[in-house]
Every structure is written in structure tokens, then in C-alpha cells.
Write a protein of this length. Structure first.
Length: 673
């Protein structure tokens, strides 16, 4: 197989009598994702996409094994360039300097949607088998009439000089009736591709759209389309654009011209000649987008501001908005205010259009995305309503609203015990059709900060950083246990293990004792009562009262799953118990989290220090099953491929932490707590 060049994504068997071009070999070490490849198509070679199995069997062939490119237009003996992006790479975050937001503007039928299709194809955003003409025109009416009615957005990934760029494209309608769509989309961009039919030249909507783009201070890249047509005259049309656009804009902008003392026009000397239909000049357009359109300003640190440029109603998800984050960051679960209606909403979902909707956790300044929101009143009141109704029937239940950075909006509830908590959750889910997550019960700590402030902290995620806190005080209760004398020993052992401070023991009768301890409330809120009952075979009883706060050596124990901190699993524990709790918690989580296709590390950390670690082994498919005997190198190759796949999955994989895991801290071995 001397004439076969391989790389992980490119397989290039050539016809027997064609010598392999030397540069194929240079490609072999490239990573398949996020790479731009250039190769030469040898004479006689015909090109097939790997999706097309029947044709792919024919030799010679060029096979691309991941979604990427449009090769059909490439001619034998010509150079082609293509970028390869693996599916999930589309969601990788790039720095703001590598984001480009642009629109395509043109007169009707000058080829915007056809160009958008090609851009999606060339960047590997849409696979060939998913591709259909006018991909972004997804309304039936748009397809029937062959026109764009609604603006559409898509996020593409493009590799330029070995760096990944995120290109946000907004396709706009050309017809005059829908020009308000154009104005909205332009406000969300820094640049625009001005597509002009090279056979027809400047038309009314070309001018109207240019004005709008200039008003929005956009960088305009002129693109002369349809150069494949016999009547195409790109040079004449370039000149026409310069003259007509320059003249008209200056007429409209007299004031501006005199102010700036210069003529505003459009330089068409570097206009790109393209044929969207034939796929000519598409890479030049992509390169120009990166080179000529400025990136958005990096204002991630500022408070959130976003511009909504479109919206629609989804029967299942409610109102879906298209927006561009102008400043700050928007996260799923954020409370946001819509300035037009001055109403508060809860951000249910945040996503990107790639071009199908994909959910993400957050979007930063400069990014374009979609989101669905629920009116803060509606969402909040649904749970509140359910709790209020349940309270009618369960007077012991108490609740107050609370917000958590990790979980969003919720209620802090008071229960009688663990069983009561489970019952309330079950009832809310069954009777009111809600899906809820309950976190492990916690107490309110008092944190004395180095600047003299005292803050109350009910949630480990709200604990000030280690450097900012002087001391932590925890609530202490006086607990009185009444028990037959046979169980005195075991109950004292229980209290001792829960950091109890012995106060006194009295015999009320010959056989019955009363033991008093001072106990941190945090040690009692979990399963203390259950333990007391189980150790005394149900004979002991207890009562407690709050006595005050006491300084204690407490620290925050973080849990990392696959390298990410899972905020709701963080706990505040006593320093002496941190190692035991950390070890037990990681072991418990290992039992509770379902196996993934890749290895998942579960770690307990204090600050940056890992104090306990477990690993959830990967589910393994027997990739050697189909190998009957054969060379060992074949098996090694399959195993290596599997290991690489798992490594990739580990980098992108998201793990769903089941509800039981959030309660894991309560279910640790009784010796630990
Ligand atoms: N020959 C040739 N035809 C093209 C080219 N680009 C687009 N077309 C054709 O021009 C027609 C209009 O193309 P569209 O992409 O729908 O034009 P549009 O600007 O998006 O139209 P609206 O969305 O309605 O404004 C279609 O029939 C395309 O096949 C090209 O480069 N060469």
C-alpha cells in the first residue's frame, strides 16, 4: 500500500498508476479537528464523500471521514482547501477577539441564501447529508416561493492561520417588504457581506441595505456573485457599486460628509468574485470575514446587556428570542429584565444555532445565541403555589425564597426531618407535576470577614473566599436525650462522633437516664434522629433548643466531577472531618453516578488541594470482537483508536449528576458523621 496516505480523518488511496503527491504525507500528523487542510487533487482521481457508501467503494477515491467540505465543485488537478471540524468543536469557546458577527445583505435573488448554504457547508457546520438548498430558509413558505422572509442565524467554526474562529452569520431577506428584518440583524453585527449579482449590478435594495449597514457603522465586504453566468461583468459592477453607492450615500449623508470632510464610499478594489452556486471564492470570503470584520469589544466584565433581534413562539417552549450579548455574560437560570416591557424573566434555556439549536451553559459579550424565558412571576409562582397548597395540608412545612448561583431560583424549606423532606419532595412532584432538586440540608453560618463585616451564609457557594474570612461561627443546640440505661453508651458515642460536648447525665428513674450535650446544629440536621432511634432500638427520644453561635474550625469541601466543580455538592465541614468526609463522599458518588463512555474522576478538594479522589471507570465496548486472529498491530490500532475517542469524549462530555448524588452527603457511613 505504498500509494496510500493516511491521517485520522483523511484517507487517500490513489489510482494504481498515479504517483502519490508528496504533500499528502505532511498531513498525516495533523489533528483532525480544528485544522485547515490543503491538498492537491491528482489527475484521474474522482472525489466522493464518505457519506455516500456506494460511490465510496469505487477506486480511486478521496475520503473525508468527518463532516467538512464541499469537494464536488473541485476540478481534477486543482488545489482544494477545506477545514474539518468535529461535531462538538462547534461549541468550543473562542476568545472574543476570534468572534466575527456578520450579516449577508443584497437585493432580492442576488444569491444571499445560496452563499449562506455554501458557507455552512465549507465550514463543516452542516453535513452533506443534512444539506438542502437554502438551508436557512426553513419556513415552508420560504421554500415554496424561493425567497427569504425571516432572518436566520447560524454559528460557524472556521480555522484561519491555525486558530479557531467563531463566525456568527445572520442571513437576511432581500425583499423591500422585509427590510425591517435587515435593520434588526445589522444592529447585532460588526460587518456585512454585500452580495451583488455580477450580471445585474446595483439594484434598489442593494442601496437601501448599504445605507443601513453604514448607519450601523458596519465593515462592508463587497461580494460579486454569479460570476459563472456568461453575462457576468464583475469589473463593471465593481465600478458601478463604487460610483452609485458612493454618490447616493454622499447625497443622503450630506451633513456627515461636510462634518468629516471626506467622501464616504465603498472601495470595491478588493471586492471578492464568487459563484455561490459553483462554490467559487467561498474560502476567500471566509478569510475576508476574519481579516476585515472587526471582532466585538470584550466587555464580558460589565453587567449584562443583550440586544434581541428576533423572536418566535414555540408551542412547547414558549417565546424563543434571538439575541446578541452586548456586555457581560448570560447564564442559564439568570434573572433578566426585558427593557421594553420592564418585566423580569427567568432564563430557562440558553443556546446557539449551529445551525440547529444546541444548548450551552452561558454566552459571553459578542456572542449570538437564542434563549427561552419564563416570566419571573410565572415560574416562581408555580413552585410557590404548589408549596402554599401543600402547606395547607402540612403545617410543619416552612419555606422562603432563595437564589443560588448553581441552581438558580428556589425556596429554602424547613422540614421536621429527612423523611419529612423526602415526603414533601415526592408530594410536590406527584401532586403538582413539578421536577425538583433538593440539596442536602444545611444550617446558617456566621462568617466574620477580615474587613470587619459579619455575613450570614446559608449555602457553601456563598461562603466568602478563604483569604477574606477571619472566622466562621456555627449554630449550637443543647440536646437532651432520654434513654433506657442500656443504650447510654451507644448514644454518648453517637453524640461524641457528632462533635458533641458533654454537659451532664442524670438518672430520672433507676432504668432511665437523661443525657445533655451541646451539639453543632449542622451535625444534627441530617440523620441524627434516625441514628438515635436505630441505636436505641426505638426506645430513646430527644429534644433540643438553640443556644447560640460558636466559633469553629470549618472549611468548604468542594466536589469536582470530571474536573468541574459541582457547586450543589459542596459542603461545609469541620477541619478534622474533612479527609474522612471527602473520602466517603467520593466513594458514595462513585456508586451513585452512572458509568459513562469515558473515565470520570471524582475528587474532593479544599481550595486547590485534592484530598480524596476516585475514578469512575469507562464503559467499554469490545472493539476487538470482530477481529478473528489477524495481526496484533490491527488490534493495537483498534484499541488506540478507542482510547483516543474516549479521550476526546472526556474533554467534551457532560455528566448528569442524579438527584440521589445531591443527598449523598447524608447517606455516608454513620461512622463518618
Ligand atoms: N448561476 C448562478 N446562480 C445563482 C448563484 N447564486 C445564486 N443563484 C441562483 O439565484 C437564485 C436566487 O438565489 P437565492 O440564494 O435564493 O437569493 P437570495 O438573495 O437569498 O434571495 P432572497 O432571500 O429572496 O432575497 C436561485 O435560483 C439560485 O440558484 C450563482 O453564483 N450563480
Amino acid at each position: 500500500m505504498a500509494n496510500v496516505a493516511f491521517c485520522r480523518s483523511l484517507k487517500l488511496p490513489l489510482s494504481d498508476n498515479t504517483p502519490p503527491p508528496q504533500h499528502h504525507r505532511h498531513q498525516t500528523r495533523r489533528t483532525p479537528s480544528l485544522s485547515l487542510y490543503r491538498c492537491h487533487i491528482p489527475g484521474k482521481a474522482s472525489i466522493f464523500h464518505s457519506d455516500n457508501n456506494a460511490r465510496a467503494k469505487a477506486r480511486p477515491r478521496l475520503r473525508i471521514t468527518c463532516q467538512a467540505i464541499d469537494l464536488q465543485q473541485s476540478k481534477e488537478g486543482s488545489d482544494i482547501e477545506f477545514s474539518i471540524t468535529a461535531g462538538q468543536d462547534r461549541l468550543l469557546k473562542v476568545p472574543t477577539s476570534n468572534i466575527r458577527n456578520f450579516s449577508i445583505i443584497a437585493h432580492i435573488d442576488h444569491g444571499k441564501s445560496t452563499l449562506a448554504d455554501k458557507l455552512l457547508q465549507m465550514t463543516g457546520t452542516v453535513q452533506r447529508r443534512e444539506m438542502k438548498e437554502q438551508f436557512l430558509d426553513n419556513m415552508d413558505l420560504e421554500r415554496e416561493r424561493g425567497i427569504t422572509i425571516k432572518l436566520q442565524a447560524a454559528r460557524m467554526r472556521f480555522i484561519y492561520e491555525n486558530k479557531a474562529y467563531c463566525l456568527n452569520l445572520i442571513d437576511t431577506p432581500g425583499h423591500v417588504d422585509f427590510s425591517y428584518e435587515v435593520s434588526r440583524s445589522l444592529a447585532a453585527c460588526e460587518g456585512a457581506l454585500l452580495v451583488v449579482d455580477a450580471s445585474q449590478g446595483v439594484e434598489a435594495q442593494t442601496l437601501a441595505n448599504v445605507y443601513m449597514a453604514l448607519e450601523n457603522n458596519l465593515e462592508i465586504i463587497p461580494v460579486l456573485n454569479k460570476i459563472d453566468l456568461p453575462g457576468a461583468e464583475p469589473s463593471r459592477v465593481s465600478q458601478e457599486i463604487e460610483e452609485v453607492v458612493g454618490r447616493s450615500v454622499n447625497l443622503v449623508r450630506n451633513e456627515l460628509v461636510s462634518l468629516m470632510g471626506q467622501v464616504i464610499g465603498l472601495d470595491c478594489s478588493n471586492a471578492i468574485h464568487c459563484s455561490a452556486k459553483e462554490g467559487i471564492g467561498i474560502f476567500e470570503i471566509l478569510n475576508a470575514i476574519v481579516q476585515r470584520i472587526p471582532p466585538p469589544l470584550d466587555t464580558t466584565k460589565r453587567p449584562l446587556r443583550a440586544l434581541i433581534f428576533d423572536s418566535y413562539y414555540d408551542a412547547y417552549r414558549g417565546v424563543i428570542v434571538y439575541f446578541r450579548v452586548v456586555d457581560g455574560t448570560i447564564k442559564k437560570g439568570d434573572r433578566i429584565v426585558f427593557m421594553a416591557s420592564d418585566k423580569d424573566y427567568y432564563a430557562d434555556e440558553i443556546g446557539v444555532l449551529s445551525p440547529n439549536q444546541l444548548q450551552v451553559d452561558e454566552l459571553y459579550a459578542g456572542e449570538v445565541g437564542i434563549g427561552s424565558c419564563t416570566l419571573w412571576g410565572e415560574w416562581f409562582s408555580e413552585l410557590r403555589d404548589a408549596l402554599e397548597k401543600l402547606q395547607l395540608n402540612d403545617a410543619a412545612l416552612e419555606f422562603e425564597p432563595e437564589t443560588s448561583s448553581a441552581m438558580g431560583l428556589g425556596f429554602r424549606c424547613g422540614f421536621l426531618g429527612l423523611l419529612h423532606m423526602e415526603i414533601v419532595q415526592e408530594r410536590l412532584e406527584r401532586e403538582y407535576n413539578l421536577t425538583l432538586i433538593t440539596t442536602a440540608p444545611s444550617v446558617v453560618y456566621r462568617v466574620n470577614c477580615t474587613n470587619g463585616d459579619t455575613v450570614e451564609c446559608s449555602n457553601p457557594s456563598l461562603l466568602p473566599e478563604a483569604g477574606k474570612r477571619r472566622s466562621i461561627e456555627e449554630p449550637i443546640v443543647k440536646i437532651e436525650m432520654l434513654t433506657p440505661k442500656d443504650y447510654v453508651g451507644t448514644l454518648m458515642d453517637l453524640a461524641q462522633k457528632r462533635r458533641g460536648e458533654f454537659k451532664e447525665m442524670k438518672f430520672i428513674t433507676e432504668n432511665r437516664a437523661s443525657i445533655t450535650y451541646m451539639l453543632p446544629l449542622a451535625e444534627m440536621v441530617g440523620d441524627f434522629f434516625d441514628q438515635l432511634k436505630s441505636r436505641s432500638k426505638g426506645y430513646a427520644s430527644m429534644d433540643y433548643s438553640f443556644v447560640g453561635y460558636k466559633e469553629s474550625e470549618l472549611i468548604k469541601l468542594d466536589i469536582l466531577i470530571n474536573g468541574d466543580i459541582v457547586e450543589p455538592l459542596a459542603t461545609i465541614v469541620h477541619k478534622e472531618k474533612a479527609y474522612t468526609v471527602g473520602r466517603a463522599l467520593t466513594q458514595k458518588l462513585k456508586e451513585l453516578i452512572p458509568q459513562q463512555l469515558f473515565k470520570v474522576p471524582i475528587q474532593a478538594c479544599i481550595g486547590a488541594k485534592v484530598i480524596a479522589s476516585e475514578a469512575l471507570s469507562a464503559m467499554r465496548k469490545d472493539v476487538l470482537a470482530k477481529c478473528y486472529g489477524g495481526d496484533i498491530t490491527r488490534k493495537m490500532k483498534l484499541l488506540k483508536k478507542q482510547a483516543e475517542g474516549k479521550k476526546r469524549m472526556k474533554a467534551f462530555g457532560k455528566i448528569d449528576v442524579p438527584q440521589e448524588a445531591f443527598m449523598a452527603v447524608l447517606k455516608l457511613e454513620k461512622e463518618v458523621l
